[in-house]
Design a protein around this ligand. Structure first.
Ligand code: GZL
Length: 314
């Protein structure tokens, strides 16, 4: 009953432009963030924190250091604090039903940010706000096929095992390449979305395949930038001897394109803060929402980098 009265108060407050609960208290939101593994992740965190500050939202923030058990602990803590809503960036797709059922029983709406989950019960979350990772992988593959004129060898640096962003970028990439049998994936391995591991995996690929590698496809910029270091240290010229395509399109990757080290990037928008809170307020007010709010992305090439880098927001 308390929640209904509060939602009603919020609805009225929404109509007159401010959303507060009960005696005009600020909205209290818990954000279970994955970690700080990449430049993209940091940009997303900054976007959420600054949007919360701007909107006067009392944000409870948790950095899980890329561990699911820490995210689950954070969600339980948010429930115990009686937050009004929860934002969750799920590090992996599975294992969320028990804790999301606890949030549901507590009447606390959950919005998934930037990655999805696998569940038979989609009432466990209000909606997910993510990019279309299959599209991103497909766009990368189309670029690779064009770059190789339909024939050549690729190595794939995968993101975090079990993460929707990694699984779906691989799915889109490999489905597209399946139509071009002369473009072969020599090997795929996870670099866990980090620069350090991306470099280590690329060093191993270079020892094994050397100049038989024509292209590196990295599921994010940070692993791609690690691969660039490994390529250079192995005596090859990144962007020329071995081409590099990555996903995220952070400023670091744009700079690497200006420097000639990365050849193409597929954008993946991390600036989700304002939309996340706008969507959460609608959920609390009981508005009907799309189950998947898709972010639009596009591919950029080295030739565009110099003119666009100054306009990049992350
Ligand atoms: C994508 C996001 C991914 C980024 C990586 O939405 O989950 O995680 O592509 C980040 O840079 O680590």
């Amino acid at each position: 009953m308390k929640k209904f009265a509060a939602a009603l108060a919020c609805l009225c407050a929404l109509l007159c432009g401010s959303c507060a609960f009960g005696d005009d208290k600020p909205l209290v939101v818990g954000f279970a963030q994955i970690g700080a593994e990449s430049g993209w992740r940091t940009a997303e965190t900054d976007s959420v924190l600054s949007a919360a500050k701007e909107l006067g939202i009392d944000l409870k923030f948790s950095d899980a250091q890329q561990k699911q058990e820490n995210q689950i602990k954070a969600i339980r803590s948010f429930i115990a604090q009686g937050v009004d809503g929860i934002l969750l960036a799920p590090v992996v797709e599975t294992g969320w039903e028990p804790v999301l059922n606890e949030a549901k029983k507590a009447g606390i709406p959950v919005i998934l940010l930037d990655r999805g989950i696998v569940t038979d019960d989609d009432s466990l979350y209000v909606c997910k706000i993510t990019s279309d990772f299959v599209f991103e992988g497909r766009e990368a593959a189309k670029w690779v096929v064009k770059e190789l004129n339909g024939k050549g060898n690729v190595v794939q640096l995968q993101g975090t095992p079990g993460a929707s962003a990694a699984l779906e970028r691989q799915k889109g990439f490999e489905e597209e390449l399946a139509q071009h049998p002369d473009v072969k994936i020599l090997e795929s391995q996870t670099g866990d979305f980090t620069m350090e591991l991306g470099k280590q995996v690329m060093e191993a690929f270079l020892k094994k395949y050397g100049k038989d590698i024509q292209v590196v496809y990295a599921h994010n910029d940070d692993m791609g930038l690690g691969a660039v270091q490994a390529i250079r240290e192995a005596g090859f010229k990144p962007g020329t001897d071995i081409k590099v395509i990555t996903i995220d399109a952070t400023k670091h990757a744009f700079q690497a394109m200006v420097d000639g080290d990365i050849n193409a990037v597929v954008e993946c928008n991390p600036l989700l803060g304002p939309l996340a809170f706008e969507t959460l307020k609608k959920a609390i007010a009981g508005e009907a929402l799309e189950k998947w709010i898709v972010q639009k992305d596009e591919l950029f090439e080295m030739s565009q980098a110099a003119e666009l880098i100054g306009l990049r927001k992350y």
